[in-house]
Design a protein around this ligand. Structure first.
Ligand SMILES: NC(=O)c1ccc[n+]([C@@H]2O[C@H](COP(=O)([O-])OP(=O)(O)OC[C@H]3O[C@@H](n4cnc5c(N)ncnc54)[C@H](O)[C@@H]3O)[C@@H](O)[C@H]2O)c1
Length: 415
């Protein structure tokens, strides 16, 4: 099978998770990408990434600490941008203009201008651009979308998406609390605004606000994931930092379909955690379990409740794509797996989609535009608070409303 040689750029926490996912893709038997190089400004991270690749694949990849040198290599056809969000455009734009296909981790850019610059570069160079968005690949989300597509809920009027709860510890890295670095309200929020658009279609209008619930963030007690780079990061972290970027976002959206969405992501506070992802229509309601837990989708129709795989009985035409079936098993819409396995499978599915687009010239499921609209939905909430009114997606995408972002674009040198 033809494979595009690819370089992982950014071998921090998520870069290491990507490397594990390339192995998962390889194990699927239908890999279309060949991990031949790693690149990181930090030589220690680049070398650690290379060690990890060598251990998993039995072959040491090329190692770069200089982006331009890597881009000059004719042996690399694509880049996988896994650097921290405020640097995505400064890595992706030169890579795309050098003729490399690129998949860029979410958020595509930390402003609309940064995201648009990446999209423009891909168009100019005529290469493939994908946004790495893993959560929609989760089989329960695929099932939820199939329920909506099959019109089992009838005319949909409302989606509720609530993810509330956190603490005052830094979330993985200090940059996740700094406005000009892509704070967690955006960094985590885009996952949810992508799920909203995946379920409900395109955004039309938005009204909301960003919040800093926890002003002072202290060094976390533990790192959650057993990856070397995370452990080292924790040692490097200051005891405490003052947050300048939002850790929370609350918004109402009007979708193109006319349906409303109530959304909240609150990444702090000492109360109980709360999660709901539900869609309500004239004929029924659906409760999705969230992401990466393998729990059941629950469908409530007139007097009937169906759970998980029971729902498949109402969806005779529903099938997940080949890579998803290979990794999760045919017809699997609920599962019991550990986090690293789930995480690697989701990313292997998104990588495969990118690889197919390179080989076939198809558009990736989450292309630059879809990545940018997820970003615009969060920034639109922040912008509406500054403007004191609801704003449209078009106003955010066109730059007609940008006061919140101007300060960030200035810091990034984009204006
Ligand atoms: N989809 C998910 O589930 C998920 C989870 C975590 C992180 N992410 C995303 O992954 C990305 C990286 O996050 P992270 O937690 O790994 O960050 P991180 O800070 O741990 O790692 C970033 C790495 O990029 C390197 N880097 C920065 N600028 C560079 C440049 N110009 N050239 C080469 N290397 C450069 C840094 O040295 C560092 O090693 C972010 O976009 C984040 O939103 C996604």
């Amino acid at each position: 099978m033809e494979k595009t040689p690819i370089c992982v750029v950014g071998c921090g926490g998520m870069g290491q998770r990507h490397i594990l996912a390339y192995k998962e893709l390889e194990n699927s038997g239908i890999s279309n990408l060949d991990l031949v190089a790693v690149c990181d400004l930090r030589a220690d991270n680049a070398e650690r990434g290379a060690d990890q690749v060598e251990k998993l694949f039995g072959k040491r990849p090329m190692v770069y600490t200089d982006l331009d040198k890597m881009l000059a290599s004719p042996d690399i056809g694509a880049v996988d941008v896994v650097t921290d969000p405020s640097t995505h455009h400064s890595v992706a734009v030169p890579a795309l203009l050098a003729g490399k296909h690129a998949q860029v981790e979410k958020p595509l850019g930390i402003t609309v201008r940064a995201s648009q610059a990446i999209i423009d570069a891909a168009q100019k160079a005529g290469v493939v651009l994908a946004t790495s968005e893993n959560l929609r690949r989760d089989p329960p989300n695929r099932l939820a979308r199939a329920v909506i597509d099959a019109d089992l809920l009838g005319k949909i009027h409302l989606m509720i998406h609530t993810a509330v709860g956190g603490n005052d510890q830094m979330i993985i890295t200090p940059w996740r609390h700094l406005k000009e670095k892509g704070a967690i309200g955006l960094d985590m929020g885009v996952h949810y605004t992508d799920i909203i658009q995946y379920y409900m279609g395109e955004y039309q209008q938005m009204f909301g606000t960003g919040l800093i619930v926890e002003k002072m963030r202290r060094r976390p007690d533990s790192h959650g994931l057993d990856l070397e780079s995370y452990k080292e990061r924790y040692k490097e972290m200051p005891e405490v930092i003052e947050a300048t970027g939002e850790d929370s976002v609350v918004a109402s959206y009007v979708m193109d379909s006319g349906a409303m969405v109530q959304f909240s992501y609150i990444g702090g506070g000492k109360g109980n955690h709360a999660f709901e992802r539900s869609v309500h229509g004239r004929e029924g309601a659906m409760y999705a379990p969230g992401d990466r837990n393998g729990n059941q989708v629950v469908l409530k129709l007139d007097g009937r409740e169906l759970r998980g795989k029971e729902i498949l009985g109402l969806l005779p035409d529903f099938r997940m794509n080949e890579i998803t079936e290979r990794l999760f098993g045919e017809g699997t819409v609920e599962y019991d797996l550990n986090f690293p396995e789930i995480d690697a499978k989701h990313m292997a599915i998104e990588f495969h989609d990118f690889g197919e687009s390179i080989l076939n010239g198809s558009t990736p499921e989450v292309d630059g535009y879809v990545g940018m609209t997820a970003v615009a939905a969060i920034l639109g909430a922040y912008e509406s608070a500054v403007a004191g009114r609801a704003v449209t997606l078009n106003e955010i995408l066109s730059g007609a409303v940008s006061e919140y972002q101007d300060e960030i674009d200035e810091a990034l040198g984009l204006i």
